[in-house]
Write a new protein. Structure first.
Length: 501
């Protein structure tokens, strides 16, 4: 009730006293920051092979470049939202975008892979500081039809950020601006970030800090090591042949899970605000929704990482061509994700089950198509567009449906849990399926030496090895997403029961 009263009060004062045009200018500036953070989550995918050659990075280190950003962002997202309430949303957004911009500059100038990985973790922390503030500002400063338009703009940026990331990344790497190779992929953020830093104080009024949600530092201090102890060995283990320390770290990380849950119960019993409200898990539909979301994003993250490397290292595509190959899939995802509500309402409870099942079939068909090391031609594009469309139809209703039976007073906790799961699952997907692909693809490096008959023979050998690696990886991804479709069946029943005839 306290959160609702605070939000209502601020909304009334701000909307009533501010010109409508000023609010939209403010939103545009905020969405520029959001677009930059989303761009950085995907723009790096197509730069991986070039980056790896330039910095002599191993496959595991490339996984860390991708997942370091996502893990940091996921683990600090809820804390970033609460800090915005405690110290002010404008101040927190400015802090976040300042950190993000400085980290982007460090990434672009990184002399070695270690510095780049560390800067990516810092980038994720900056994104976690600024991203939650945007949705809160929309809820507080817009109402009625204006809020619906603002949320549509927010969703459009979410969809377009992924499409742009694939294409812009390919363009920047292929253009090799000033001989900088992959570095403009990160440096492009710097002028955007500086522009937002200069404009935001002029277009966004300062807000009064509140005290509605306190930090959960004990939970954070256990959750972050637990996640790192599981995710990092999953990435590093395959290249080290799974030494004892990697398995011990994973075991220790899993052992910290009950410790974390105990701390969260203790924080809640004292009237605090835990990172994870354990009681919210009892809401009908939330657990199957979380399971489905986790399996969906694990497969999606693994697909993007392994497929981008296969296109360039296995098939010899340029970064631009790889980005353009993925762009129609991303565009289909964005369009279908935006318009799925136009489907008949009686279909809505079953969209996630059907979309995930068809998506699993799409992954399986792509695996068979690429098995021999070929490019797939036009048929690959047909599969990618279909895959993007059906994955969007599965994903877009999922968040809403997972929350359909969550009590209103627990909605914020459940939403934070889902959002964190979305981000963290992508990192796990890169760790697990990326390791599968890289392990099977390791023989491609020997292909050049074995191919004494000429460069063409060596290239064909490499493409066959990479084709087998992507076949096995996509096959396991298809099986995993099929499990996600099965997990969504109880959710469909819950949603069906909650919707009146």
């Amino acid at each position: 009730m306290l959160v609702f009263m605070t939000a209502t009060s601020e909304n009334t004062v701000t909307v009533g006293g501010a010109r409508d045009g000023a609010r939209w200018v403010m939103l545009i500036v905020l969405l520029c920051g959001q677009f930059m953070a989303l761009l950085d989550a995907t723009i790096v995918n197509v730069a991986m092979p070039t980056l790896g050659r330039s910095l002599h990075a191993s496959g595991a280190e490339l996984q860390l470049v991708i997942a370091g950003y996502t893990v940091s962002y996921a683990m600090l997202l809820i804390t970033g939202a609460r800090l915005g309430d405690l110290i002010g949303r404008r101040r927190m957004f400015m802090l976040g975008i300042g950190v993000f911009t400085l980290a982007s500059l460090t990434c672009g100038l990184a002399p070695d892979i270690g510095v780049l990985i560390a800067a990516r973790f810092v980038q994720g922390a900056g994104a976690a500081a600024m991203m939650p503030q945007i949705m809160t500002v929309i809820q507080l400063r817009f109402s009625g039809h204006a809020r619906a338009r603002a949320l549509s703009a927010y969703t459009a940026v979410l969809s377009s950020g992924f499409v742009a990331g694939q294409v812009v990344g390919g363009v920047l790497v292929t253009a090799d601006l000033f001989g900088a190779s992959w570095r403009p992929v990160f440096l492009v953020n710097v002028p955007i970030g500086l522009a937002v830093i200069l404009l935001l104080p002029r277009v966004m009024p300062a807000d009064v800090p509140g005290r509605t949600r306190r930090l959960d530092l004990p939970g954070l201090l256990v959750a972050v090591p637990a996640v790192c102890l599981v995710v990092l060995p999953l990435m590093l283990g395959h290249q080290e042949n799974w030494p004892a320390w990697s398995l011990a770290c994973i075991g220790l990380g899993l052992a910290l899970v009950p410790v974390f849950l105990s701390i969260e119960r203790s924080v809640a019993s004292r009237g605090g605000h835990p990172l994870l409200s354990v009681s919210v898990l009892r809401a009908p539909g939330l657990l199957p929704g979380l399971a489905t979301m986790t399996l969906f994003m694990v497969t999606y993250g693994g697909f993007l990482f392994s497929f981008a490397i296969h296109l360039q290292s296995g098939l010899g595509d340029s970064a631009l061509r790889a980005g353009l190959t993925l762009a129609p899939c991303a565009a289909a995802f964005g369009l279908c994700g935006y318009y799925w509500r136009r489907l008949p309402a009686r279909w809505h409870p079953y969209l996630t089950v059907c979309g995930a099942a068809v998506g699993a079939c799409g992954y399986a068909l792509m695996a068979l198509l690429l098995r021999g090391g070929g490019s797939g031609g036009a048929l690959l594009q047909v599969f990618l567009v279909g895959l993007g469309g059906f994955l969007a139809v599965a994903f877009s209703p999922l968040v809403t449906q997972a929350l359909v039976r969550v009590p209103l007073h627990q909605a914020a906790d459940a939403s934070g849990l889902l959002t964190t799961s979305i981000q963290l699952s992508q990192a796990v997907g890169v760790a697990v399926f990326g390791s599968v692909f890289l392990t099977l693809d390791a023989g491609a490096g020997a292909g050049g030496a074995a191919g004494a008959g000429g460069a063409a023979g060596a290239g064909a050998h490499i493409s066959v090895i990479s084709g087998h690696a992507v076949f096995v990886t996509l096959a396991w991804i298809a099986v995993t997403l099929a499990c996600g479709a099965a997990a969504a069946v109880p959710l469909a029943r819950t949603v069906r029961a909650a919707v009146p005839e």
